[in-house]
Design a protein around this ligand. Structure first.
Ligand SMILES: Nc1ncnc2c1ncn2[C@@H]1O[C@H](COP(=O)(O)OP(=O)(O)O)[C@@H](O)[C@H]1O
Ligand SMILES: [Mg+2]
Length: 391
């Protein structure tokens, strides 16, 4: 047997902390951020900016902010300004303002004492350091909700007002506040609310097509050529789309599916690898769900399992299922049910989430319904069903 070393050429490109150079479908939002901060490139000492970025888990908030940060710092450098982008995950500091600000100070003064100062004092120290070094910062407060939860309005007040109180000195700290939704902002006092809420960028959940674009980029960066087919990308995109358009889920799934391919010494990532990967992340089919199916529903599903076990394609059609079902019926000495019945089974199974259907308009014969086995490995499903049917 040939031995394939790995489907990956560079696994680090699938790491959760890797920020790709290109962010498909976030270019508009990145340009908008640049618009909001553009004046800093010309007149850094005139004013500061505050922007809120919201969006569900995996909509690219962190990645967008970091990519923007890298780009604006470079532009500022070319314009001769000292601008730093500082990204802090508030949750890592349990939302405690003094720890968060201490972390920022220690970027400039690594030995700044951890204890003995109040939040205001550390903030004052930070402003003084920025003044001395003539530096401006864009402070991205990621998971901003946890800061509000811990400190309420106080922290926002300090961040915005303390620098305003330093009369006749340029303001040096701009903010990007990153959070899932605006609910925590609603808890702030009205003055903090109005300072923050002027510029809001909301990231919509990704569509299936958008997830597929993001995945294709990542496949090119991380995997060897011809190891991940378009069908597999489409299957992963479909699954991540049903997880609320979560790009993080999509990328993790790609990585895990690649790991299963490597473990089985395959030269490509198959749909079955993807299903194995999913079932390792989210609980999939429960046995009692299978045992509640009627005999012909089980026979139908066994037909589907056999198709996917033997083939590498990500989807099948009702026509093919009907044939496989007929073979299974013969094996178990059952009279096959009608085409109309099978349609009902298919609808029922997709309602249960065991199967997924999608109407394809691209087929040669016009519209046809494609059937996916989304989350359960075909092998596992076949085994469970064969046992259940034998009893
Ligand atoms: N538009 C995109 N293009 C490429 N990768 C993306 C895009 N959006 C998100 N990602 C990737 O998906 C994962 C989750 O994104 P992240 O920024 O952490 O989401 P959030 O902070 O909104 O939860 C990261 O690995 C990120 O690099
Ligand atoms: Mg994030």
């Amino acid at each position: 047997m040939r031995s394939y070393q790995s489907v990956f050429k560079d696994e680090t490109k699938l790491d959760i902390n890797y920020v790709p150079y290109r962010l498909p479908h976030r270019e508009t939002e990145k340009r908008l951020l640049m618009e909001f901060f553009k004046f800093i490139l010309r007149f850094p000492d005139r004013m500061t900016q505050r922007v809120i970025v919201t969006g569900d888990v995996g909509t690219g908030k962190t990645a967008l902010s970091q990519r923007f940060g890298a780009e604006i710092t470079l532009k500022a450098k070319n314009a001769g300004h000292k601008l730093r982008y500082v990204h802090v995950n508030c949750r890592e500091y349990r939302g405690r303002f003094s720890l968060i600000i201490h972390n920022v100070v220690s970027i400039f003064h690594p030995n700044f004492p951890k204890r003995g100062y109040t939040a205001e004092e550390i903030l004052e120290a930070l402003l003084k350091i920025l003044e001395e070094e003539n530096v401006y910062i864009i402070l991205a407060l990621d998971e901003f909700g946890s800061l509000i939860e811990q400190e309420g309005s106080e922290a926002v007040y300090k961040l915005t007002r303390i620098q305003e109180m330093r009369l006749n000195k340029p303001q040096r700290v701009s903010l990007i506040c990153i959070l899932r939704d605006l609910k925590p902002i609603g808890q702030l006092d009205s003055s903090s609310k109005s300072t923050l809420q002027q510029n809001i960028i909301n990231l919509e959940n990704y569509s299936k097509k958008q997830l597929a674009d993001i995945l294709s980029d990542r496949v090119n960066l991380a995997c060897k050529p011809l190891t991940v087919s378009e069908d597999v990308v489409s299957l992963i995109a479909e699954l991540a789309f049903s997880e609320n358009g979560n790009a993080r889920f999509a990328i993790e799934l790609l990585w895990r599916a690649g790991k299963y391919a490597d473990a089985e010494d395959r030269d490509e990532v198959t749909p079955e690898c993807v299903r194995q990967a999913v079932s390792s992340i989210i609980p999939t089919i429960r046995k009692n769900e299978l045992s509640s199916l009627k005999t012909h529903e089980k026979l139908f599903l066994l037909g589907v399992a056999r198709i996917f076990k033997e083939r590498q394609k990500a989807y099948t059609t009702l026509n093919e299922i009907e044939k496989a079902y007929a073979v299974v019926c013969e094996e178990f000495n059952e009279q096959p049910h009608s085409h109309t019945q099978l349609w009902k089974y298919l609808r029922f199974m997709s309602a249960l989430g065991i199967l997924k259907t999608e109407v394809s308009t691209l087929g040669k014969r016009g519209r046809s319904t494609l059937v996916y086995l989304p989350t359960v490995p075909a092998r596992e499903l076949e085994k469970e069903l064969s046992e259940a049917l034998k009893n």
